[in-house]
Ligand binder design. Structure first.
Ligand SMILES: Nc1nc2c(c(=O)[nH]1)N[C@H]1C(S)=C(S)[C@@H](COP(=O)(O)OP(=O)(O)OC[C@H]3O[C@@H](n4cnc5c(=O)[nH]c(N)nc54)[C@H](O)[C@@H]3O)O[C@H]1N2
Ligand SMILES: Nc1nc2c(c(=O)[nH]1)N[C@H]1C(S)=C(S)[C@@H](COP(=O)(O)OP(=O)(O)OC[C@H]3O[C@@H](n4cnc5c(=O)[nH]c(N)nc54)[C@H](O)[C@@H]3O)O[C@H]1N2
Ligand SMILES: [Mo]
Length: 769
């Protein structure tokens, strides 16, 4: 038998802690990926699948959005966590109607997300009727009818919410937003609202486009790479190879992080012989910053750069670039020169020597890239922080030249493509005009709900139908109790999913699960294998072709589901040729070519060997389509986080053994946490100061400014090298602590990386807990 049985639910008492690892990847990573894959898929399917990940004629890894190298692709262009993502999807375990007949919704609700995900792939469309205790099978046609009836019965299209998670391919995303806008609403919240929205807001304002300006080749040309608020060893492991390559070409790498993440500090590339024996120290410097201290760091560096310019005029500020391409320089200079460096030291927890060293390197490097992820975006002042990072690059003329630029490292494998295809609650009018011209529909122009506003609307009864294209809304969003109540208040909740998750068991009056094909599955229509396309973090668009036989004949593709629902909802006379689209995805791409900027000749270009790169005016021609027509220096009042006495600031982050709300296993290898997830990482001296001992069980209480409190219970304290006053714990277990209203200025992103908490001893209720 190649199918191992589903694992047991989590037993936190089995948790053990070892010292954090100093090095990432290496042979252990190879061993772990093969073991997990064989457990889920068996030997043959493993060999067939892993050989195809990220290859030119294969499928795009459903893990992260890090790009594939453009030249030679190595035989194994994936990583340990990519292999886990593939195994999770390509598993042979199944969740059938029998499973749902055996397990009531109440019972499933008592299980962890880990257990739910371990049960396997969903095989049949299922319905939970009002008052029923169990999901029951439903025919596809009847499911579509049910949704269409419920949607048509709403008082306004704006009472429906259509969420998207970032795995959705371009073709699906394009048709899905077309369906939603044909129906009459812009309520298209997506996971990006919780992810890189702050990056988009900042970059659109600073350089006129919300995407990164570097390509993978720029890494080989850079001489300084700053990686701030990101843990690539776990979340973008293939980025480590790019960093190692940059280093081989002489680049310096600086890690800015409260935690000494192993991937950033040292790396063994499992794909080179050297990587199996020795390793490279990736980061030349590690700035152990306090949570939320980055804006202060970037502003302080700004001041020091101007002082360096004073000492050696004409060598630091790129006058030619600033004069030709930028607006707001003088206001920025005045503000930067007045930054108080003592405040910067307090805010960051760094030393003056740290700042001087970094500024000196920044001043003399000729090609600088700044990379970042959730450590910067999920902060109350994340947008301003990213603007400040951009200011530094503008000052040095680092946009639109080889080896330099801004690099927000995206999360989900197609989250950037979904936005390009129109998944955004506030898509620009020019896009909507093009859509209307192509299809003869009238898209609504009023902006829709983002994720946080969608929850507010459902909570207040202003939204009544929730439709999720992938994802796990209930677990990914903040303020779990509030969100769960909001979902339960809906008349209908629908999820297009590959695997069972908590969003299926926290449901509206009626609930539907629509099982779909994943990236690895072959998608055959009228005997022809269909392909989809995706865009990576660096604006490269290419095809992805699944090859595995689906685990059930009842699965439908996401494209199929959107088209069939549209046919039911709008009838056969609708101006959009839904029936043609579901039969032939080339026809969708022809429409994309006419509507989406930069996608002309899409069908041909997407079939080129490495696909094609979308236009990026600042990168390509130093053209800045901002309100001023120039790259804007931003002036921001300095914000940082001080830790109130008796409290801590908590960041919620990913372990090495999960994909967002999907828990692969219980082994955060690099951080040394094994067998459990309910831990709070805290500085040893803080543990003592608060009267606890390493290993104690505590309750974690968050405090919000309106006086409300939220609590999660029975977390183990783990002494960890984090800055004093700064704690860390895993997401999604700690999402109940994040107040819905705790959002970033300008991007409305939940502040998952800065929650004020206090700790209380955990009191055992009953004999044993
Ligand atoms: N295997 C795997 N891969 C993934 C994912 C996954 O869950 N598993 N998720 C995908 C998704 S959707 C995303 S968005 C990305 C997420 O990728 P990351 O952003 O790397 O994910 P997090 O685990 O949230 O890590 C945040 C990092 O920022 C640091 N940090 C927190 N607060 C601050 C701060 O104030 N300042 C600084 N300088 N650093 C800070 C943390 O210590 C941590 O190292 O990964 C993608 N790839
Ligand atoms: N506290 C805290 N909260 C956070 C974050 C944090 O750092 N801290 N990070 C935020 C971030 S960056 C993000 S991106 C969000 C993630 O939010 P989501 O994207 O909503 O969550 P995921 O866990 O990625 O979704 C997993 C589910 O997607 C479904 N799925 C997987 N593959 C496919 C597919 O191919 N098609 C379809 N239709 N379904 C599929 C499966 O059923 C699986 O259960 O969470 C956010 N929430
Ligand atoms: Mo994300």
């Amino acid at each position: 038998m190649h199918r191992s049985s589903p694992r047991q639910d989590i037993d936190e008492s089995a948790l053990s802690v070892t010292p954090p690892k100093q090095q990432a990847a290496g042979l252990t990573a190879v061993a772990v990926s093969l073991k997990r894959s064989v457990e889920e898929m068996g030997v043959v399917r493993t060999a067939r699948t892993l050989a195809r990940v990220n290859q030119v004629h294969g499928f795009d890894c459903p893990g992260c959005a890090w790009p594939e190298p453009t030249g030679h692709r190595r035989p194994a262009e994936f990583c340990e966590n990519g292999a886990k993502a593939v195994a999770e999807e390509a598993t042979l375990r199944t969740v059938t109607p029998d499973f749902f007949a055996t397990h009531s919704v109440d019972e499933l609700e008592s299980k962890s997300g880990y257990w739910l995900g371990q049960q396997g792939r969903l095989t049949h469309p299922m319905v939970l009727r009002p008052g029923a205790t169990h999901y029951a099978p439903i025919a596809w046609d009847e499911a579509y009818r049910l949704i269409a009836d419920e949607l048509r019965a709403l008082a306004s299209p704006d009472e429906a919410v259509f969420y998207t998670s970032g795995r959705t391919a371009n073709e699906t995303a394009f048709l899905y937003q077309l369906l939603v806008r044909s129906f009459g609403t812009n309520n298209l919240p997506d996971c990006s609202n919780m992810c890189h929205e702050s990056s988009g807001s900042a970059l659109i304002s600073s350089i006129g486009i919300g995407k990164g300006s570097v390509s993978i080749d720029d890494f080989g040309k850079a001489d300084l790479i700053i990686v701030a608020g990101q843990n690539p060893g776990t979340n973008h492991p293939r980025m480590l190879s790019a960093l190692a390559g940059a280093k081989a070409n002489g680049a310096k790498v600086i890690a800015v992080n409260p935690l000494p993440e192993s991937g950033l500090l040292s790396f063994r590339d499992p794909q080179t012989v050297k990587g199996l024996t020795g390793g490279v120290d990736l980061a030349d410097d590690f700035l152990q910053i306090r949570l939320g201290g980055d804006m202060a760091l970037f502003q302080g560096l700004g001041r020091l750069l101007f002082e360096a310019e004073d000492r050696a005029p004409g060598t630091v500020v790129d006058r030619a670039f600033v004069d030709a391409h930028c607006a707001g320089f003088h206001a920025y200079e005045n503000h930067a020169r007045a930054v108080d460096l003592d405040t910067v030291l307090r805010a960051t927890g760094l030393t003056r020597a740290d700042l001087d060293r970094t500024a000196a390197l920044f001043a003399r490097s000729e090609r600088i890239i700044i990379c970042w992820a959730m450590g910067l975006t999920q902060q109350a002042h994340g947008v301003a922080t990213i603007e400040e990072a951009t200011n530094l690059l503008l000052l040095r003329g680092m946009i639109g030249k080889p080896g330099a630029g801004v690099c927000p490292v995206r999360g989900h494998s197609n989250v950037q493509g979904d936005r390009t295809m129109g998944i955004w609650e506030k898509m620009p009018d020019a896009f909507l005009d093009a859509l209307d011209r192509e299809f003869g529909i009238t898209s609504p122009r009023a902006h829709g709900f983002d994720t946080v506003n969608a929850i507010r609307a459902m909570r207040e009864g202003r939204a009544k139908v929730f439709f999720g294209m992938g994802g796990n809304f209930v677990s990914a969003t903040p303020d779990t109790e509030v969100t769960e109540a909001a979902l339960r208040g809906c008349g209908l909740t629908v999820h297009v999913s590959t695997k069972l998750n908590r969003s299926h068991v926290v449901h509206g009056r009626t609930a539907l699960i629509l099982p779909t094909l994943g990236r690895t599955d072959a998608d055959i229509r009228d005997g022809v294998k269909q392909q989809v396309s995706v865009e990576d973090s660096m604006s490269m668009v290419h095809l992805s072709t699944g090859r595995l036989p689906p685990v059930s004949a009842h699965l439908r593709s996401e494209v199929g589901i959107v088209c069939e629902l549209a046919l039911e909802l709008f009838g056969p006379d609708h101006p959009v040729p839904w029936d043609r689209y579901r039969r032939d995805y080339d026809k969708i791409r022809d429409a994309i070519a006419r509507v989406v900027p930069g996608c002309a000749d899409y069908n041909r270009r997407v079939r080129e060997r490495n696909g094609f790169v979308l236009p990026h005016p600042p990168r390509d021609t130093r053209e800045f389509r901002t309100t001023t027509g120039k790259a804007n220096f931003a002036v921001n009042q300095l914000h940082w986080l001080s830790v109130p006495p008796g409290k801590l600031i908590l960041q919620t982050l990913r372990s090495h053994d999960q994909y967002n709300t999907t828990i692969y296993g219980l082994d955060d290898r690099y951080r040394g946490v094994h067998g459990g997830r309910r831990v709070v990482l805290l500085h040893r001296d803080d543990i003592t100061e608060f009267g606890f001992a390493d290993g104690d069980l505590v309750d974690v209480i968050s405090e919000w400014k309106d006086g409300s409190e939220r609590r999660v219970t029975a977390f183990r304290l783990v002494a960890y090298p984090t800055p004093r006053g700064n704690a860390a714990a895993y997401y999604p277990e700690t999402n109940p602590l994040i107040p819905l209203d705790h959002v970033a200025a300008r991007s409305n992103t939940p502040v998952s990386k800065a929650v004020t908490i206090r700790l209380e001893p955990h009191v055992h209720v009953g004999a044993q807990s």
